[in-house]
Design a binder for this molecule. Structure first.
Ligand code: NAP
Length: 319
């Protein structure tokens, strides 16, 4: 089968399309014929060598969707031909076939495309965990999704809107703004404009927001703390550097900063998250946005694109 292989850490050019042996499903494992692969920023961090997550040589990727090709001994949850998506793989998702432990394989509703399925594993699970497990967001609260146009942000906006929150999203482009509104954001601000914080305070009648989901904490965290209402919570989802904060901004508000890493979520939480996602897909409140599809051989291009400004839903590779 064809797969993207990484034999040395480095820039996107280290992603090479190669011929490798097709895996076979062992006990408790599922072999999936991959129809779509979700590109996540973390795939680029691991590839560059600055982040744990893979031993060389390896095939990148945790998120894919496709059809069950075969099941290993003891697997009762799936049959050959089932439509599924993954939240982890053993052999890597950037390939024609991917082997996964059954606990990381989830049913994909008929009405969702494989590309949409590949957008679920990391982005939707992260958004769900940040909103409901970490921030404990409740209907009627005000939420700022700081970075509402990308994979996690679009998921967060859909989940929050369906749960009855007042949703403010930020993006940096008119296309991103339109997308955030279509996904359910009540208000959209431009995070690169000088006065978006004033606009947020005006929208909330100077109260501030209850929850902030932060995609780029190294830029925004200091300011975020001044935008929180009393008992406000910030969840740090993404950060690419250091930032200065004034701890006093948390004190008067009894505010909290929650760090989160989806990979730390225990299995029972993941089970609950994916059950909730299935329900949302089924009832139509969740509808993953696929911005761009590229052939598997263009993995390097996809790794460049996913880090560029102007996010628009998910970038998907098609084997
Ligand atoms: P993505 O699809 O590339 O989207 C990035 C988002 O960040 C876009 O909405 C982008 O908006 C926004 N953004 C860029 N500059 C910003 C700024 N100054 N202020 C606020 N938002 C800004 O990436 P993703 O998959 O959604 O992931 C988002 C971040 O979360 C990444 O850093 C990723 O590594 C991290 N992440 C962490 C976890 C975890 O477990 N902690 C899980 C998944 C992802 P524009 O392009 O419109 O400017």
């Amino acid at each position: 089968m064809k797969a993207i292989r990484v034999t040395e850490h480095g820039g996107p050019e280290v992603l090479k399309l190669e011929e490798v042996a097709k895996p076979t499903a062992g006990p408790g494992q599922v072999l999936i014929q991959v129809k779509a692969v979700g590109i996540n920023p973390v795939d680029t961090y691991i590839r560059s060598g600055n982040y744990p997550g893979a031993t060389l040589p390896y095939t990148p990727g945790r998120d894919c969707a496709g059809i069950v090709e075969s099941i290993g001994e003891g697997v009762k949850e799936f049959r050959k031909g089932d439509r599924v998506y993954t939240s982890g793989t053993i052999t890597g998702a950037y390939a024609e076939f991917a082997l996964a432990e059954v606990r990381t394989v989830h049913a994909l509703p008929e009405k969702n495309s494989f590309a949409q399925g590949a957008a679920l594993g990391i982005p939707y699970a992260t958004a769900y965990r940040a909103l409901f497990h970490k921030a404990q967001a409740r209907a009627g609260e005000w939420l700022l999704v700081h970075g509402a146009s990308g994979g996690v942000g679009t998921a967060a906006v859909q989940l929050a809107r369906a749960a009855g929150l007042n949703v403010i999203g930020t993006t940096s482009t008119p296309e991103g703004e339109k997308l955030a509104r279509e996904n359910g954001a009540h208000h959209v601000l431009n995070h690169s404009s000088a006065n978006y914080t004033e606009e947020l305070m005006r929208l909330t009648e100077n109260r501030g927001v209850d929850v902030i989901l932060e995609m780029l904490a190294n830029v925004n965290l200091g300011k975020d703390l001044t935008l929180l209402a009393k008992f406000g919570r910030v969840v740090v989802i993404g950060s690419r550097g250091k930032v200065e904060i004034n701890p006093r901004d948390t004190m008067g508000r009894d505010a909290s900063i929650h760090g989160m890493m989806l990979f730390n979520a225990p299995d029972h939480d993941l089970k609950s998250i994916h059950a909730a996602l299935y329900a949302g897909l089924e009832n139509g409140t969740l509808n993953p946005v696929v911005g761009e599809e590229m052939p598997l051989k263009d993995a390097a291009k996809a790794h460049v694109a996913v880090l560029e400004p102007g996010a628009y839903g998910k970038i998907i590779l098609v084997p």
